[in-house]
Design a binder for this molecule. Structure first.
Ligand SMILES: C[C@@](CO)(OP(=O)(O)O)[C@H](O)COP(=O)(O)OP(=O)(O)OC[C@H]1O[C@@H](n2ccc(N)nc2=O)[C@H](O)[C@@H]1O
Ligand SMILES: Nc1ncnc2c1ncn2[C@@H]1O[C@H](COP(=O)(O)OP(=O)(O)O)[C@@H](O)[C@H]1O
Length: 320
């Protein structure tokens, strides 16, 4: 009997911005305790997983040259982790992962984490696994602190390393302008810089998360804008002083507020509405302070299969 090869599965997965990122002191395991509010944005990667005789990863799209296509790719680590979890051979998983990047690389928007989350969801469908989202989320957390969030999407409060999540009610679509920098910043370097700044002096720490939760519940972007905060911003700006100019330029262009996204260097600007975001994006892109700008909305869904089966020709011998 001929085995039917399952068709490839494509998954769309969002970037994230941290609306609030309170960073605790360095822990003994090298991580920092975080209290962070994540929001998933409409900047996305698409990841296709397919059964293949020539396994591996290929990366296309913006910034692809900076992404490793070997075993260090986080998506490949996800293949190995899921294979091992379900008793398949992680050294011979027999799949190919094709990544189309739309999320800036090393931008503080969880691009690599997004690809790992998408790969888990795609493989679960390709391999027809009976595996719940909670189980996938546990594997996701082992791959990186941000991976469970981009799997889940929406708006969520993250604690621990950022991997312990509680969904948050966000009653509004928020409109963002995203300013991409010319070069990425390494996440561990930014955390180390914050430790250094804290050892040397006393950089201010952002306030409690509760008022931000209230602002989100109100749905008023003006209220939220007043409360955006990120303890890593001082460290990112210390490593990349030009970000100060970018943050100023976004507000001068009409944004309600601007913030460094996670460990940066991407800056995210909250705008009043969709029209305002388009105007801010146009003005900011003319200001010469960043490589390029994008408009995005949030919250959006987490990693989900988008393969359009109806558009796929039915292979000979397989009847619908
Ligand atoms: C800062 C944040 C904010 O959401 O995002 P990015 O800006 O990278 O997107 C995350 O905490 C990044 O999460 P992620 O990129 O998954 O990091 P991981 O692979 O888990 O960790 C990479 C390194 O960052 C540092 N790290 C990460 C998370 C954390 N809570 N404390 C840390 O100190 C550690 O040095 C760790 O070795
Ligand atoms: N699939 C992937 N996509 C992007 N970067 C990846 C991927 N796999 C591994 N990386 C590595 O992870 C580093 C961090 O990239 P990324 O996850 O985009 O940024 P951030 O951690 O700032 O959100 C990159 O410099 C890249 O070398």
């Amino acid at each position: 009997m001929l085995a039917v090869v399952p068709p490839p599965v494509t998954v769309r997965v969002p970037a994230k911005v941290n609306l609030h990122l309170a960073c605790g002191d360095l822990r003994e395991d090298g991580y920092h305790d975080l209290t962070t509010l994540f929001q998933a944005l409409s900047l996305t990667d698409e990841v296709t997983v397919a059964v293949a005789e020539e396994p591996g990863v290929e990366v296309h799209g913006e910034g692809a040259a900076q992404v490793p296509a070997g075993p260090e790719n986080l998506a490949w680590k996800a293949v190995r982790a899921l294979a091992a979890h379900v008793g398949r051979d992680p050294d011979a998983p027999g799949v190919r992962v094709t990544i189309n990047k739309g999320i800036p690389v090393a931008g503080g928007m969880a691009g690599g984490s997004a690809d790992a989350a998408a790969t888990l969801v795609g493989l679960a469908a390709l391999w027809r696994l009976e595996i719940g989202r909670d189980e996938l989320s546990t594997i996701a957390a082992e791959l990186g602190s941000d991976v469970p969030f981009v799997l889940q999407g929406g708006t969520a409060l993250g604690t621990g390393r950022g991997e312990q999540l509680v969904p948050v009610l966000a009653r509004h679509t928020y409109h963002w302008v995203i300013a991409l920098d010319r070069e990425g910043l390494s996440t561990p370097t930014v955390f180390r810089e914050l430790d250094r700044l804290r050892a040397e002096g006393n950089p201010p720490r952002i306030g409690a998360v509760e008022p931000v939760l209230e602002a989100l519940a109100s749905g008023d972007p003006r209220q939220l804008a007043l409360l955006l905060g990120n303890d890593l911003q001082a460290a990112a700006v210390s490593l990349r002083p030009g970000l100060r100019r970018t943050l100023r330029a976004g507000v001068n262009a009409g944004a309600l507020a601007g913030i460094v996204s996670g460990s940066g260097p991407t800056c995210a600007f909250l705008c009043t509405d969709a029209d305002s975001a388009v105007r801010v994006a146009a003005e900011l892109s003319g200001a010469g302070v960043c490589r390029t700008v994008r408009v995005a909305q949030g919250p959006v869904a987490g990693a989900r299969v988008v393969t359009d089966d109806s558009a796929r020709p039915i292979p000979p011998g397989v009847h619908a």
